[in-house]
Design a protein around this ligand. Structure first.
Ligand code: HDD
Length: 758
């Protein structure tokens, strides 16, 4: 029927894959399938969108979802079949010769099931194995056609569907989310002129300058090959051995040792394209561009003690956070910013724009906002989408081009190559999550797992038998590489080497460190101390400190003290004796504190501790106010289930002090009611809860009698310097409704680092 055909535009005979397994064969002239049998188009995020949780993805916003409908399977109300569509009568017992007899080889049902199972795993990514993905869209603010003809930037309001995968780098597929590590930030734009992958990280620089060193870097950071330890951690000998022999890594080390490496959420970290790319307009003119993703919720990271504890209590912390934000309608959102500059400008910079260990300070080239990205839909299936998605830096569209960055050159090769082994052949572009919404026509044929059925006898060009089709698009439509600038005569020889400015390894490491707030600088020093304390070879520790002396004497001194070194080693000899004078020596946007966000507390998890005898009314007021702000208040009690209030009612606790400890929450409310306070004071978990909340700089609201709990936990009433602690709100009984506004403002500040003493 028409409805059936419309629902299955590509292959109407594969009914089983669409949840039609038991549908009777459509008869000639039969009426349309009832709507309930049609494949469902909604994902969990769509189904769960309610008035309470907010709107779901606007209809039609994500054109990349429609092609996925073709392969969505909905088994609700369906019988079990084999992969050949044969109904299975018994899914419990293998076929045997008699009840106690041998199992039979002819049992194709068993054999198909087990054979499929045996092959369920594919090789994990060699790096970035641990990741989480989401669908969304990019919306252009204003046409950027002056600079680029790239499809997503053609007109104001233009929507381009995206799929994003966030990841850690070093850990294996099942490793913890809160490892100290770089985060991958890879965006696939399904543009109407082909797929564009912006495969970036949450840090704008990289460890190395040339792809030649990438396998060495990765071998050094991965678990050591003899005993496969440590998992998802750079705190070990081989990593520090390598980087301390590669002074070009100093700048990146500053970023990785900063709080950037332990984000609070994927929704609160920046993303960067890292390399200089090119924008190309209709006239073929090109400028350089660097890409920045800035989260609307602001930048917000964990502290190390918190990250370590979370990794035990909830290794899926970031994955869960992303999933729950989207399910609840608190969609992660990012502004796309671009730094645009010309070749002539680039030549004047004190650094080389082809060097991926350098940033362009925003004071030199401002970041212009050009659009926003919203992630509003969770995948239906982790493997089919998040695992099988294949990002490749080689995937660019007309209007985007490469620079000569030698790291990028290696990447252009590596990503396509790795997918061939990871996804089993050259047809990975046909896996639904990877296939473009733009039509694909060419003469490539065959290969493992080919899905398309190309028609006709012509698979070559030029041809006359197919009227010359598919024909060359020509320069007006097709991708045209920007002609490379002519280089000076002496540079034209084939060489293995680097331009001189690449040898300045420290100026920007200094810039980064000097641009941090005192609390952030303290965290960097603590991170170096932690990591190097795990290094067993003293010479590696020494060498790292001698390298750091070139970036910051103050930092090197703090790290050396932390490692119990009596004297500082000599500074490492400089590769470039007289680096060019930097244009900028302090750049405030390099601090995480520079981006507080929009003041919203959406999706923040807040613990409301309760116990029998709690003043339920005041808790309900706080809870309602937090819900109204889109936060996620959870009632945490000595055990889950019902808790009697002082007013003779009951509350239903969502979690126990034991199964959801304090460090999993962004803020804490302590209850009024003497009996509740007495009960909580007796529980050791309560004290741990409060101490962690305080120590990690969280906002705490103590209602009425709860101030006794603060005292018992040893929480000081003021900051170490005697000033008031704005993150600690003590509300006398009956004032919960007023105090909650101050509490919400405190949470929006993310954290209160001025408390830190350790
Ligand atoms: Fe890479 C994956 C980001 C340098 C080779 N890389 C990968 C992913 C991200 C990055 C986000 C995960 C994509 C996903 O979610 O599937 N990589 C970067 C950035 C780099 C960088 C920002 C430097 C600026 N990478 C880099 C180099 C090489 C590679 C220099 C090789 C010469 N990267 C790979 C890879 C991976 C990968 C082996 C592993 C899995 C994959 O590609 O799909 O090809």
């Amino acid at each position: 029927t028409e409805a059936l055909a419309a629902a299955m535009p590509f292959n109407a005979t594969k009914a089983a894959e669409h949840g039609f397994a038991n549908a009777t064969q459509p008869q000639q002239g039969a009426t349309a399938e009832p709507a309930s049998r049609l494949p469902t188009a909604s994902t969990l995020s769509e189904e769960n969108g309610t008035e309470k949780t907010g709107s779901v993805a606007p209809e039609g916003v994500n054109a990349a979802i429609e092609p996925l409908d073709r392969v969505r399977v909905d088994s609700s109300g369906q019988g079990l079949t084999t992969n050949q569509g044969v109904a299975v009568s018994d899914n419990q017992n293998s076929l045997k010769f008699g009840l106690r007899g041998p199992a039979l080889l002819e049992d194709f049902v068993l054999r198909e099931k087990v054979t499929h199972f045996d092959h369920e795993r594919i090789p994990e990514r060699i790096v970035h194995a641990r990741g989480s993905g989401a669908h969304g869209f990019f919306e252009c603010h204003a046409p950027l056609t002056q600079y680029t003809k790239a499809a997503p930037f053609k007109e104001a309001g233009k929507i381009t569907p995206v799929f994003v995968r966030f990841s850690t780098v070093a850990g294996e597929r099942g490793s913890k989310d809160t490892a100290r590590d770089v985060r991958g930030f890879a965006v696939k734009f399904y543009t109407d002129e082909g797929n564009w992958d912006l495969v970036g990280n949450n840090m704008p620089v990289f460890f190395i300058q040339d792809a030649m060193k990438f396998p060495d870097l990765v071998h050094a950071v991965k678990p050591e090959p003899h005993h496969q330890m440590p998992q998802a951690a750079s705190a070990h000998d081989t990593f520090w051995d390598f980087v301390s022999l590669m002074p070009e890594s100093t700048h990146m080390l500053m970023w990785v040792m900063s709080d950037r490496a332990i984000p609070r959420s994927f929704a609160t970290m920046q993303g960067f394209g890292v390399h200089s790319y090119r924008f190309v307009n209709d006239a073929g003119e090109s400028v350089f561009v660097k890409f920045h993703w800035n989260p609307t919720a602001g930048t917000h990271s964990l502290v190390w003690d918190e990250a370590v504890k979370i990794s035990g209590a909830d290794p899926d912390y970031h994955r869960r956070d992303l999933w729950e934000r989207i399910e609840s309608g608190a969609y992660p959102e990012y502004e796309l910013g671009v730094q645009i500059f010309t070749e002539a400008q680039a030549e004047q910079f004190s650094f080389d724009i082809l060097d991926a260990t350098k940033i362009i300070p925003e004071e030199l080239i401002p970041v212009q906002p050009v659009g926003r990205m919203v992630l509003n839909r969770n995948p239906d299936n982790f493997f089919a989408e998040t695992e099988q998605v294949a990002f490749c830096t080689a995937h660019v569209v007309p209007g985007i081009d490469f620079s000569n960055d030698p790291l990028l050159a290696g990447r252009i090769h590596s990503y396509v190559d790795t997918q061939i082994s990871r996804l089993g052949g050259p047809n990975f572009h046909e896996i639904p999550i990877n296939s473009p919404i733009a039509p694909v026509h060419n003469n490539q044929r065959d290969g493992m797992h080919r899905q398309a059925i190309p028609r006709g006898r012509v698979a070559y060009e030029p041809n006359s038998l197919a009227g010359g089709c598919p024909f060359q698009a020509g320069a007006a439509q097709g991708f045209v590489t920007v002609p490379a600038r002519l280089q000076a005569q002496e540079e034209q020889a084939k060489v293995r080497g680097k331009p001189e400015k690449f040898a300045d390894h420290y100026t920007q490491a200094t810039l980064f460190y000097e641009s941090q707030t005192p609390a952030e600088q303290a965290h960097i020093a603590a991170a170096f101390r932690f990591e190097l304390s795990k290094v067993t070879v003293p010479a590696i520790r020494q060498r790292t400190v001698s390298m750091l002396r070139n970036a910051s004497e103050a930092l090197a001194k703090k790290v050396a003290e932390g490692l119990g070194m009596d004297t500082l080693p000599d500074a490492m000899p400089l590769a470039l004796a007289q680096p060019a004078k930097p244009e900028v020596t302090v750049s405030p946007p390099l601090s995480l504190m520079a981006r507080p966000g929009d003041g919203s507390i959406k999706a923040r998890k807040i613990a409301l501790l309760v116990a029998p005898g709690v003043m339920g009314e005041s808790m309900a007021q706080v809870q309602a106010a937090l819900l109204a702000e889109g936060a996620v208040p959870r009632l945490v009690a000595p055990h889950i289930g019902s808790v009697a209030t002082a007013e003779g009612k009951t509350l239903d606790a969502d979690a126990s002090l034991e199964n959801e400890p304090g460090f999993l929450f962004d803020a804490l409310v302590l209850p009024d009611g003497q009996a509740a306070v007495d009960a909580l004071a007796k529980d050791g978990h309560t004290m741990e809860f409060i101490k962690d909340q305080y120590r990690h700089g969280k906002t705490i609201l103590a209602l009425g009698a709860a101030s006794a709990l603060l005292e018992k936990a040893g929480v000081p009433a003021t900051l170490p310097d005697g000033k008031p602690d704005v993150g600690l709100i003590i509300a006398p009984s009956g004032s919960a409704a007023d105090a909650v506004a101050t509490f919400i403002k405190g949470i929006a500040l993310h954290r209160h680092p001025e408390r830190e003493t350790d």
